[in-house]
Design a protein around this ligand. Structure first.
Ligand SMILES: [Cu+2]
Length: 688
């Protein structure tokens, strides 16, 4: 590819824009198709079907959600398209607090021909390509249908088959409500739900990687950035001058024959660009992997797009910079994002505004060390540089970073503005630009190498200088998410109606411990294990012996809500004993990472609750040393090895508030691992 060097030699922006229309790689980034609620309701038809990805060379066929408002005649067909809408780029559903999201999901997908798990005994039904939806990050009810209401909530235990593909054989692995052609969902957003960025995608176990890699993903936004930006600070006057972008990161592997590969292979391209290779502007070349027993991908391309667009241009023209709302909608790929300034030869600093759909609220008395711990490895915090002459915002620290680690499903909102070589917000010199890139990421000795690719060109063209401190004041919502009593109250009807079961609350001071590893008996699978520990770290009840792959019939964890269906806080210790990183995700709630100071009692327990950040997915770094099955062929039990001290795991303890009753799951959001079994069922039941 020659575009990058050619364009960078151009001296005038006018010339650049005149050319850009004819150059595929240099089109301006477009916002996703957006559908907004009206009068408290968004009622849509969501058709999962094959569709051409017309933004990529050769227009390969992917699977897309065609979304339209529900037709008045109640049919399952959207009106004919005007033009050629970019469904692959992903649709944004804009909702307000208190809204009802009504979805009729229609399955018109073709057969899933390259699904790896469809070849396993009992899983043949996966070839029929059944689909469902999950609203990732929303704190909503996962209800099932009742006699008076036939709709589903954010419930993954239902699969909709396309009857044109045939009927499934019923096996124990098909533990979901089986429906044909369409399913109705109704999802009520609580009135006090945080404002921010969420997303939706299918959650059919065994097919999640295929369906999401093929393009089935979109985003949900609730409320508006003005709900949390500049609320408590003099920058309110700047709000109208701040630009807003929604960016869906999607990747697609196109084989040498022009077909999309939905069973993604992390070895498709080399991790880093070869010195002889042309610059990787939105794509990396396929390589021959036959020396490792894999296919020959030479002549194929791995595309990394923004809203389906290949290496677009992001013109930053708003006088007060832009807020970028970024979602990693990939099946398994991790992005390690930087905003690289060639003129300054370094990564520009950005202010972190929100993470995983919740605006952040770091308190001024939180130390940088504590901020580093609560952020997991998602970002390496730095204090934001404040323009000389301005004081810090009273009571509030700010969080800036030069690096964003986005494992699959992660969202982040950052404020991007031109910065001079002292990191200060400044008027951009003519022709200033930066490159949004992922530098590549290796998920451990037994993990994957996600490639380094330049994703977009960012042209800074803000000529207006506004008198600002150099940071945005934030009214963080992390506080109300970590005290979800109001949310629980708004969900009271759904919570009361949830299934009941006889289960006991976790005793005070106890923790649940979850192990992540490869099962001793099946090196191709992935699994989780569970045990309870007391305040001294001693195992209570049956100890975990080996990790097991997902069993939908088994509620691994069951807990009741508190008296009057009030929220319950639990501490979970997450222990990754594998030699590769995983990404913990739990449905229907958020969580926060506990600092060493809270765990050791050096500060009052929960004194940091309501401050900092709240997540719905979290990188779990791999263990150092070898526990369990060594890739060199030494078979052993990962948990026994860990107890014997054969490896050092980096345990992370999180506090999870449970305010929503129902049956849902926690799992690794690397979908190769989720499909491989790294998932378990949790049931939260109403109080007795
Ligand atoms: Cu994983």
């Amino acid at each position: 590819m020659f575009h990058f060097r050619f364009l960078s030699r151009l001296s005038s922006l006018t010339a650049f824009f005149a050319l850009s229309a004819s150059v595929l790689c240099a089109a301006d980034l477009k916002e996703p198709i957006t559908l907004s609620s009206a009068n408290g309701v968004l009622d849509i038809l969501m058709i999962a079907k094959a569709g051409s990805i017309n933004t990529l060379p050769g227009a390969p066929t992917g699977w897309v959600f065609q979304i339209c408002r529900r037709p008045a005649d109640n049919s399952n067909t959207c009106p004919p398209d005007a033009g050629s809408p970019n469904y692959y780029g992903g649709t944004r559903l804009q909702l307000e607090q208190g809204d009802l999201l009504k979805v009729r999901l229609v399955n018109q997908l073709p057969l899933a021909l390259d699904s790896e798990h469809a070849a396993e005994p009992g899983h043949e039904f996966l070839r029929l390509n059944p689909v469902n939806i999950h609203t990732h990050g929303l704190i909503v009810s996962p209800h099932g249908p009742t006699a008076s209401d036939p709709t589903y909530g954010d419930n993954i235990f239902v699969l909709t088959f396309n009857s044109a593909n045939g009927k499934p054989e019923v096996t124990p692995h098909l533990h979901a409500d089986v429906r044909y052609d369409y399913t109705d969902y109704s999802i009520r957003i609580p009135a006090s739900h945080p404002s921010g960025l969420f997303w939706f995608h299918p959650h059919a176990h065994g097919l999640a990687l295929n369906q999401i890699s093929a393009g089935l993903a979109g985003i949900i936004t609730i409320g508006h950035p003005s709900d949390y930006v500049c609320k408590n600070f003099a920058c309110a006057a700047l709000l109208p001058s701040i630009g807003l972008r929604h960016i869906l990161l999607k990747d697609a592997q196109v084989l040498p024959n022009g077909q999309l590969q939905t069973q993604e292979d992390p070895d498709f391209s080399d991790p880093q660009r070869d010195p002889d290779e042309s610059p990787r502007l939105g794509h990396a070349a396929g390589v021959d992997t036959s020396d490792q027993g894999g296919p020959d991908y030479q002549g194929g391309q791995w595309f990394f797009t923004l809203n389906g667009q290949l290496y677009p241009t992001l013109p930053v023209t708003s006088p007060a910079g832009e807020i970028w709302r970024i979602t990693n909608t990939s099946g398994s790929a991790t992005y390690n994002l930087n905003l690289f300034s060639p003129a300054q030869n370094r990564n520009m600093i950005m202010q972190v505004v929100a993470s995983d759909g919740v605006s952040i609220s770091p308190s001024a008395d939180m130390t940088l060390g504590q901020m580093t711990q609560i952020g997991g490895s998602k970002f390496k915090p730095e204090a934001c540089p404040v323009t000389h002459g301005f004081a810090a915002i009273a009571g509030q620290a700010s969080l800036c970073t030069r690096n964003l680690l986005l494992m699959p499903s992660a969202r982040v909102e950052v404020w991007v503005s031109y910065r001079n070589s002292q990191d200060m917000v400044a008027s951009a010199p003519q022709n200033s630009y930066a490159v949004l890139r992922t530098t590549g990421f290796q998920t451990g000795p037994a993990g994957d190498s996600w490639p380094a690719v330049d994703l977009a060109r960012v042209n800074f063209n803000s000529s207006l200088q506004l008198n600002m401190q150099g940071l945005l004041g934030l009214a963080g919502e992390a506080n109300n998410v970590s005290s979800p009593a109001v949310l629980a109250n708004q969900l009271s009807a759904a919570n009361k109606a949830a299934e009941t079961a006889n289960c006991k609350a976790l005793p005070a001071g106890h923790m649940r411990r979850i192990f992540y590893a490869v099962p001793t008996t099946d090196l191709d699978a992935f699994g989780l294990a569970y045990e309870e520990i007391d305040e001294k770290g001693r195992v209570v009840g049956p100890p975990a012996t080996d990790v097991t792959a997902f069993n939908p019939m088994n509620d691994t964890i069951c807990l009741p809500l508190g008296p009057g269906n009030t929220p319950v806080y639990e501490r979970w210790q997450l222990i990754n004993v594998a030699q590769e990183d995983h990404n913990f995700h739990i449905h229907q709630t958020k969580f926060r990472v506990l600092t060493d100071d809270e765990l050791s009692g050096a500060i009052l327990p929960n004194s940091l609750r309501g401050r900092g950040v709240e997540f719905d997915n979290l990188p779990l770094p791999h263990a150092d040393g070898v526990c369990g099955n060594d890739p060199s062929g030494d078979l052993s039990n990962p948990i026994a090895d860990w107890r014997a001290g054969l490896c050092k795991a980096h345990a992370i303890t999180v506090e999870i508030p449970f305010a929503v009753a129902g049956k849902f799951v926690y799992h690794c959001h690397i979908l190769e691992h989720e499909d491989g079994g790294m998932m378990a069922v949790i049931q939260v039941v109403p109080a007795k």
